[in-house]
Each structure stands twice: as structure tokens, then as C-alpha cells.
Write a protein of this length. Structure first.
Length: 274
């Protein structure tokens, strides 16, 4: 499951898991302070979170510095999801060790460790539960799609044995519109990858009129009037982008707006450049 529907909002599952895990960590810190009279580890948990997020973002920016150098303002656009989790986790733990290194902070070590472990366990249990409850599709969804000229097609037919990027979009979706030039440029540059733009729940006239006004040239625009691809992927959020390898296996997904860097990092997983 890629997103969770909460009322009218569709939130990325990873973001929801992070929020719940932090609540558990803060709750453990509060309980230890109130009922065990231990030092309050909550503020230090917050500092670890900030250090981890900054390090994860910095590591990603450094890895894809060429893309960010072309548009430096995009470094602060964290909506592209450009974070390296291992670097963030390592930085957060290193920060905690550094803060607790002094003898005066010895009393903080136990409640901090307990809070972090509780948060990590919450993440692990919830992630495992979602994985068990939702089977990630192993192959291209067998969904019938419509082309602009009214013909029926499928992802397998469009892929032709190549790696594939499937972008789920709608004309009313602002981040969908913002990322289209990025996807169009990648489509022009990477002939070894098939890009498919599956419009969700809109009629062909509305979507085609928008594309004509936008001036963005896209190949393989198809229409999914029942949002069957989103249902198959477990996402009701737009934009959602799915990355398949040449064997039709789902390698990774991305919810939200793509930047040059975040798209390049995903394309590398399905079709590395020589």
C-alpha cells in the first residue's frame, strides 16, 4: 500500500508510519519521565529527527549534485522525496552518541535508548503489518487502457520488453503539472525506457485539451477512466509514478512530485546508464 486515505487526504504510507513512530517515541519518553522519574528524552528525540532529516537530504543532494546544480533552488524543494535513509539514520544515531558522551548526560542514555527503540519497533511492526495485509503486485497490472484515438491497450503491450515508467496523473493536480517537463525531458533522453502517462478518471477531451495548452510533448498518453492502475498499485494519491524493470517487475514507486534528481535516482534502479 503506497498511500493511506484519511478523509479527503491521501497521505504517503511512509509519512504516516514516521508520524506514528515518532508519537510512540515521544509517548515512551513522556511515560518514563512521569512514572519512572527519568530525564525527559523528548527534546533529544526531536534533535535526532532534525539531524537525521538534514543529513539524509544532504547525502541525496551530494549524490545527485549535477541535477541540483542545474536548478539550485530545487535543493530546498523536499517534496521531491530526495532523502537517503541510511545516511539519515546513521547521522541521527551519531548525533545522539555525541550528545550523550559526557558523564553529565549519562542519566539521559537509558530513557533516550528506550524511546528510540520503542519508535523503531512501532515502525517495524506497522511496516510488517501493512506488507502482510497488502500484496505488492509482482508484475505489470493487467489493466485495459484507452489511447487518444480510442483504441484499447495495456502496459505489457506498451512496454515491449523494455523498462517502464508509469506516471499516474490528472490535469487538475498541480504537482502533476509541475513534474511533466521533467518527465518529458527524461523521455526524450532515455530511448531505452518506455514512459507511459496514465490519466486517472478524466475524459480524453479534458486531458488532451490540457496537454495542448501546456505545450509539453508526451508520448504514450493513455486514459484510465476507473483509476484501475492506482487501485492495483495501492495508491489513491496523485501523482504516483511506478518503475518497472525489463521483466515487468515493480522495482520502486514514488508518490508526489518528481525532480530531475529524484527521477534520475529511480531510473538508475531499472536501467543504469553504462
Amino acid at each position: 500500500m503506497l498511500s493511506l486515505q484519511i478523509g479527503p487526504l491521501a497521505l504517503p504510507t511512509g509519512l504516516v508510519l514516521l508520524f506514528v513512530s515518532l508519537c510512540v517515541a515521544y509517548g515512551a519518553a513522556w511515560w518514563l519521565r512521569k512514572y519512572r522519574q527519568l530525564p525527559d528524552a523528548g527534546p533529544l528525540v526531536s534533535d535526532m529527527l532534525i539531524a537525521g532529516l538534514l543529513a539524509a537530504r544532504l547525502a541525496f543532494v551530494l549524490r545527485w549534485h549535477e541535477q541540483y546544480w542545474a536548478a539550485p533552488w530545487s535543493i530546498i524543494n523536499i517534496r521531491d522525496g530526495g532523502f537517503m535513509a541510511p545516511a539519515g539514520i546513521a547521522a541521527a544515531l551519531a548525533f545522539a552518541a555525541w550528545r550523550c558522551r559526557r558523564p553529565a548526560m549519562a542519566a539521559m542514555r537509558r530513557p533516550l535508548a528506550a524511546s528510540v527503540v520503542c519508535g523503531a519497533l512501532a515502525w517495524g511492526v506497522l511496516s510488517a503489518g501493512i506488507s502482510l495485509a497488502y500484496d505488492k503486485p509482482a508484475a505489470l497490472p493487467a489493466v485495459t487502457l484507452q489511447t487518444a484515438d480510442g483504441k484499447s491497450t495495456s502496459l505489457a503491450a506498451l512496454a515491449g520488453g523494455k523498462p517502464m515508467v508509469v506516471n499516474l496523473w490528472a490535469s487538475w493536480c498541480p504537482p502533476c503539472r509541475r513534474e511533466m517537463p521533467v518527465l518529458a525531458a527524461a523521455q526524450q533522453a532515455r530511448a531505452d525506457i518506455v514512459f507511459v502517462y496514465a490519466n486517472q478518471r478524466e475524459d480524453g477531451g479534458t486531458a488532451s485539451a490540457f496537454l495542448d495548452r501546456s505545450g509539453v510533448i508526451l508520448r504514450n498518453v493513455v486514459f484510465d477512466s476507473e483509476a484501475a492502475l492506482g487501485k492495483a498499485a495501492g495508491s489513491s494519491a496523485l501523482p504516483t509514478t511506478l518503475f518497472y524493470d525489463a521483466q515487468g517487475r515493480l522495482v520502486d514507486t514514488h508518490l508526489g512530485e518528481l525532480s530531475d534528481a529524484s527521477l534520475a535516482s529511480q531510473l538508475r534502479k531499472i536501467a543504469p546508464l553504462p
